[in-house]
Design a protein around this ligand. Structure first.
Ligand SMILES: *[C@@H]1O[C@H](CO)[C@@H](O)[C@H](O)[C@H]1NC(C)=O
Ligand SMILES: *[C@@H]1O[C@H](CO)[C@@H](O)[C@H](O)[C@H]1NC(C)=O
Ligand SMILES: *[C@@H]1O[C@H](CO)[C@@H](O)[C@H](O)[C@H]1NC(C)=O
Length: 453
């Protein structure tokens, strides 16, 4: 498994374990720390109260930060201690005492994009070539059977797809008959042409007007990235009109700020969350020339330079896929309970998926296992960084297919998909960097969805 194999890497390469338990051994002079304090999300009617509360919060944060810094300065893992300390000290914060608050932690980005270079030697990443099912020709299927965006993958196809070899697999964008080829996610030819040129992509989506438009923080984004990175926001027509009505009208080149607005017509699924998984998982298909991509949910504002993000989470970590762990839950069993408790999805559909996974080897997360293949079995998937390598693309397709087959709750299928992929390909490690949620918080700012406010 990648996790154990990583320890065999040359010492200048940091494996997953190194990323998870990051020590402060890097030369500080090249690095800078980025910390952001959380602001209040809501505006109270009484200004005075807000001011007083703000002061109290700032004081608490300063207290936690400096207090911990003084007490634990010089220990091996200041960051770990700080994170735990923050979690334990939330009771000290005023307001909403029952809701835990989580804080960002330092991310040691380089201080400029000027000197970053893509590592030349990436031969350790598995090489094989993937083809994608473009159109389904199945003589045994009745012609009246409806074409689906995800295709009609049999369980046998599914099993085979988990093997990291030259093969053609289902990965969305399966077209229908000659007469009605579209199965959804239709894009303008002009947008497609633009997307074909992208080498590095930051993307997000708003379907069903779920969120406001959050522009990336322009002042932290380098001129290099502004020129060379595509920032693409996928929206459906409804969201497009809503944004326009609110004064967010794209300029002549189709941009609102850094975001290039791309309207998606004919959504492939009734479930808008499922539709959102298309740009989330399939950026290698939407941007066929791209080599790197960063995904962020529309509830997040990007607060760091994309090239520095790629350097930190992929190049420096020697990984091909980076995703953060969940801030509170590590076990899929807990995640299933939580999904039911909050009524996130049809319970019997969740059970169906979960029993299927258990019967195919999914076990509980065991933190006492020193060979645990992942720091957590539950991801916080709102922010993903990836290199479009063969293994990374395969994983993205497999994860998408799980979401397509079962529920759109992708936290439920992440560990299963990863573990199965590694189990079936013991000689082809998948270099996954599961980083800490507090790092995600440092580079993205969280806002409420529209419906929450
Ligand atoms: C897989 O495909 C590549 C070209 O895409 C080829 O060079 C390689 O030999 C193939 N491997 C096998 C095992 O067929
Ligand atoms: C195919 O569809 C036709 C009409 O919809 C139906 O009469 C026929 O039984 C179907 N055949 C199969 C093999 O399902
Ligand atoms: C819930 O899921 C089950 C199994 O997938 C399905 O049979 C049922 O119709 C679903 N119920 C609703 C209300 O969607």
């Amino acid at each position: 498994m990648a996790y154990t194999k990583n320890t065999e890497l040359p010492s200048d390469r940091r494996g997953i374990a190194g990323v998870v338990n990051k020590s402060q051994d890097q030369s500080e002079k090249h690095l800078w720390a980025s910390r952001r304090t959380r602001k209040f999300g809501r505006v109270s009617r009484q200004r005075l109260l807000v001011w007083l509360l703000s002061l109290a919060v700032i004081f608490s944060i300063c207290f936690v930060y400096f207090g911990v810094k003084m007490h634990f300065h010089g220990t091996a893992s200041l960051k770990n201690v700080k994170e735990e300390s923050n979690v334990n000290n939330v009771a000290e914060l005023p307001r909403k005492p029952r809701r835990q608050r989580f804080f960002p932690c330092e991310v040691q980005f380089l201080d400029s994009v000027s000197y970053i270079r893509e590592p030349e030697d990436n031969t350790k990443f598995a090489h094989f070539s993937l083809g994608y099912v473009e159109r389904e020709v199945r003589t045994f299927l009745n012609e009246t059977i409806e074409a689906r965006f995800g295709g009609h993958q049999t369980l046998k196809d599914r099993e085979k797809a988990y093997h990291a070899t030259n093969q053609t697999i289902h990965c969305g964008f399966v077209r229908g008959s000659d007469v009605i080829p579209s199965t959804g996610f239709d894009l303008d030819e002009k947008d497609k042409k633009y997307m074909n040129t992208c080498r590095v992509v930051v993307s997000s989506c708003i379907f069903g007007s779920s969120d406001f438009l959050r522009r990336p923080t322009s002042k932290v984004i380098s001129e290099f990235s502004k020129k060379n990175v595509c920032f693409v926001m996928f929206v459906d027509k409804q969201s497009f009109h809503k944004l326009s009505a609110e004064g967010n009208v794209p300029d002549d080149s189709g941009n609102i700020g850094l975001w290039k607005i791309v309207v998606v017509k004919n959504l492939p699924f009734e479930d808008l969350r499922k539709t959102g998984k298309v740009p989330k998982f399939l950026s290698h298909r939407l941007f066929p020339s791209s080599r790197y991509s960063i995904w962020l949910d529309s509830k997040l504002r990007l607060n760091a330079d994309p090239m520095l993000i790629i350097e930190y989470f992929l190049w420096r970590a020697g990984s091909e896929y980076a995703i953060s762990n969940h801030y509170a839950r590590h076990c899929v069993w807990e995640e299933v309970l939580q999904n039911k408790r909050l009524n996130k999805y049809n319970h019997s559909a969740i059970d169906e998926q979960f029993y299927f996974y258990q019967s195919d080897g999914l076990t509980k997360y065991d933190s006492s296992d020193p060979k645990i293949p992942l720091p957590s079995f539950v991801p916080e998937g709102s922010f993903i960084v990836r290199a479009h390598t063969a293994m990374s693309n395969l994983f993205s397709c497999l994860w998408f297919n799980e979401v397509d087959r079962f529920t759109s709750r992708d936290q439920l299928s992440f560990a299963y998909t990863y573990l199965k992929l590694q189990r079936l390909n013991p000689d082809k490690p998948f270099y996954l960097n599961m980083f800490k949620d507090c790092e995600r918080r440092a580079i993205t700012k969280l806002f409420h969805h529209r419906t929450d406010t």
